[in-house]
Design a binder for this molecule. Structure first.
Ligand code: 13P
Ligand code: SF4
Length: 331
């Protein structure tokens, strides 16, 4: 289910320079001033750091942010997420200047589908309908018939008449999950999210022994062996909804740990545990290195200098728009 957090006029960070907020830093007042002066809308994905989420006008999943980008009338969009998300904003709202804090904030799924290789694959299956997960480049979107996100992939695949064969790219785990739900056979591109595949089933088993009352909730970018352990599978917004709605009191969250910020705000009285990864890293949790390239310093610099900016070839943008439009028109 699509979900978005919209800053209200009472938001302590976004609207007031005098109230104290735990995520306030020395850059906060300057960022807020620049945002206001230049009429910038700041969009942030749930995987961004708490400091960035607290400054954003909208925090959401990839679908909600695409919709927010499309409907904004602000002349400048500062997109705090990864590159494909900012490109999507530009595709949907081309007359806006779309800025990012760091142009190198990529995505292993988008990287897994280089343009020439994907073109050859699509050309080899000319009668297949091409469904691409939004985590791909503008060029790959331009070669696709319809885009999906983890929020609406089932609906998108079900919208394709059963006589058509389907290519699903680039996430093979999301694709396999959608196949299991819809019963549709699909040709899957061999891409993975390097973050979700690092979640450790062995460590999860240990956590579930320690907290037998816990419910495991997982993003569908996780491999099948993790998804079969889960009590609930869904997009970032669906996981957030689940911890709010479910009567359980302890949840192990198998996705990027940034989502825990909004979850803790929504249900501060529930125990929320980030799923452990194979490596013994500092947070003992799952962190996307690309998402975390964005910092408040880079947000400040992007606002000040109005760069880096997303620039797209108009022909690619136009064709990518068609595929995105097909998704958005499904509702
Ligand atoms: P959502 O669509 O659930 O936001 O997931 C997007 C994603 O993969 C971010 O990495
Ligand atoms: Fe890409 Fe995975 Fe990072 Fe999402 S979490 S941006 S899918 S690498």
């Amino acid at each position: 289910m699509m979900r978005i957090m919209i800053r209200s006029l009472t938001n302590p960070v976004a609207t007031s320079r005098t109230e104290v907020h735990p995520n306030r830093t020395r850059l906060t007042p300057d960022i807020l001033d620049l945002k206001h002066e230049k009429n910038v809308v700041l969009l942030a994905h749930y995987y961004q750091s708490p400091g960035i989420q607290e400054l954003a006008d909208h925090v959401g999943d990839s679908l909600a942010l695409a919709r927010a980008a499309e409907r904004t009338d602000a002349p400048i969009i500062l997109f705090c997420g990864v590159h494909f998300m900012a490109e999507t904003a530009k595709i949907l709202n081309p007359t806006r200047k779309v800025l990012v804090p760091d142009l190198h904030a990529g995505c292993s799924l988008a990287e897994s589908a280089p343009v020439a290789k994907f073109r050859a694959f699509v050309d080899a299956h000319p009668h297949h309908v091409v469904v691409s997960y939004i985590n791909c480049s503008a060029e790959v979107k331009a070669m696709s018939d319809i885009i999906c996100t983890s929020s609406n992939a089932v609906r998108v695949v079900n919208s394709i008449p059963t006589q058509h064969e389907i290519i699903f790219a680039p996430d093979k785990h999301l694709g396999a999950y959608i196949q299991r739900i819809t019963g549709r056979k699909m040709l899957l591109w061999d891409g993975v999210c390097e973050v979700h595949v690092e979640i450790s089933a062995d460590k999860l088993e240990l956590l579930l022994e320690k907290y037998p009352e816990a419910k495991l909730i997982a993003h569908p970018e996780c491999p099948e062996h993790l998804l079969t352990m889960a009590d609930h599978v869904g997009s970032t917004s669906s996981l957030l909804d689940f911890v709010e709605r479910d009567t359980g009191t302890t949840f192990i969250v198998a996705t990027e740990a940034g989502i825990l910020h909004k979850m803790r705000q929504a249900v501060p009285y529930k125990r929320l545990i980030a799923a452990p990864v194979h490596a013994d890293n500092a947070c003992a949790c799952s962190e996307c290195p690309y998402m975390k390239l964005n910092t408040l310093e880079k947000v400040h610099a992007a606002l000040l200098n109005e760069e880096p900016e997303i620039v797209l070839n108009e022909d690619i943008r136009h064709r990518a728009y068609r595929a995105l439009r097909n998704m958005l028109d499904l509702g």
